[in-house]
Design a binder for this molecule. Structure first.
Ligand SMILES: NC(=O)c1ccc[n+]([C@@H]2O[C@H](COP(=O)([O-])OP(=O)(O)OC[C@H]3O[C@@H](n4cnc5c(N)ncnc54)[C@H](O)[C@@H]3O)[C@@H](O)[C@H]2O)c1
Ligand SMILES: [Zn+2]
Length: 356
């Protein structure tokens, strides 16, 4: 069985274990890391049916006493009322400071369970067991946790690093194609930032046989960035590649376009703009478009550049009269560029038309 360990060297440090068949071994992996304590497993109503019984039996085999909190699946439930129910549940179950929360599921589960662990009794440990490609390559590493407010997504949360991440790549087999594509968009983003070999896998469309490699490379890349900039004041901003336009598209669509799909369009826009505005040092736009389409992702939008620029400039990430854009120069090299806000419209205009 392929099994990889990627270290994340922040504060106490933790490992991301990646491979096939790991759910059945998760009890043993948690036991090695945590010793014996009580576990509060958090999962959503979809993942409960698919993977909770297997996880609970592996935990019981390893000698753990575990209780589980299940909430209704979906981003609409990443809210304070569910978080509050979770915290009350921990208290009712007499979870103490030396116990541990286990997040079994996608990014919604991870963000909420991590937040709950970070504030319950002023912070207890948690373990991530991501079951979506998006959670595996993105949200389960880095320690960002949050819930949505009526005023916007992820507006309340904290940084709280997990003690361990266990990623069983077999779980991706049950993902709906659109959910898989959502994660692929973030992985393609990483490939554009990091390295040609990873990008080639997406260009060829041969991802199914290389899931462990893909997750390992994405996690290793995110780990180096998070290690350098744990709380996102500098280099971690490069992870926002494709996200300025992506967030604008999400907002313009009133969040009916899923995040990964919006990011895919954002990646295509910034790649085309970079090429047309002379920032790229080699042709990249066609390659980026091709890799995205090969993996079931869109590359164009019917929103106007004006609408996108307006939506982007109400973004929380702007500072003063400047906006920081992540600009791809070639596959494997991106730079941060501070632009006057008025120039964003020109960038979006340059990035709008595919294949021109
Ligand atoms: N903390 C971070 O750094 C970070 C980074 C990126 C995204 N996020 C957050 O992550 C969330 C999106 O994550 P997501 O796409 O995983 O969403 P999600 O957790 O809602 O999962 C998507 C859907 O897939 C289902 N599902 C999960 N695993 C499955 C499996 N193995 N088989 C079948 N169905 C499965 C879920 O029940 C859900 O319906 C957003 O809330 C976003 O803000 C956080
Ligand atoms: Zn993203």
């Amino acid at each position: 069985m392929q099994q990889r360990f990627v270290p994340v060297r922040v504060r106490e440090g933790y490992s991301v274990v990646i491979g096939s068949g790991l759910l059945a071994k998760s009890g043993q992996l948690l036991r090695e890391k945590l010793g014996l304590c009580r576990l509060a497993v958090v999962t959503d109503s979809n993942v409960e049916k698919l993977y909770l019984p297997q996880l609970l039996s592996s935990l019981a085999e390893a000698g753990f006493d575990a209780c589980s909190f299940v909430f209704p699946a979906g981003e609409a439930n990443k809210r304070l009322n569910i978080l509050s129910g979770m915290l009350e549940f921990f208290a009712e179950q007499h979870i103490t400071r030396t116990d541990c929360v286990v997040a079994l599921g996608g990014g919604v589960t991870g963000d909420m369970a991590g937040f709950a662990a970070g504030c319950y009794q002023r912070g207890i440990q948690y373990v991530q067991i991501p079951t979506t490609l998006l959670a595996a390559v993105d949200s389960s590493v880095g320690g960002k946790t949050a819930v949505d407010l009526a005023a916007g997504k992820n507006l309340t949360g904290l940084f709280h690093q997990p003690s361990l991440v266990v990623c069983d790549t077999d779980t991706f087999a049950t993902l709906a194609p659109d959910e898989f594509a959502n994660g692929a968009a973030e992985a393609i983003k990483t490939a554009i930032l990091d390295d040609g070999a990873l990008f080639s896998l997406f260009e060829s469309g041969e991802t199914a046989d290389h899931m462990t490699d893909i997750v390992e490379r994405c996690v290793a890349f995110k780990a180096t960035i998070v290690e350098a900039d744990e709380t996102e004041t500098g280099v971690r901003k490069t992870l926002n590649l494709g996200h300025t336009a992506g967030h604008a598209i999400e907002r313009c669509s009133d969040y009916s376009i899923p995040h990964g799909h919006a990011v895919a369009i954002g990646l295509a826009i910034i790649a085309r703009a970079s090429e047309r505005l002379g920032w790229a040092t080699e042709p990249i736009a066609r390659r980026v478009e091709h890799a995205l389409m090969r993996n079931g992702l869109p590359t164009t939008t019917s929103f106007t550049p004006e609408a996108l620029a307006e939506a982007a400039l109400s973004d929380k990430k702007r500072a003063g009269g400047q906006i920081t854009l992540v600009v791809p120069k070639k596959i494997g090299e991106c730079v941060l560029a501070d632009l006057p806000m008025e120039q964003l419209l020109d960038v979006f205009r340059a990035g709008m038309v595919a294949g021109a």
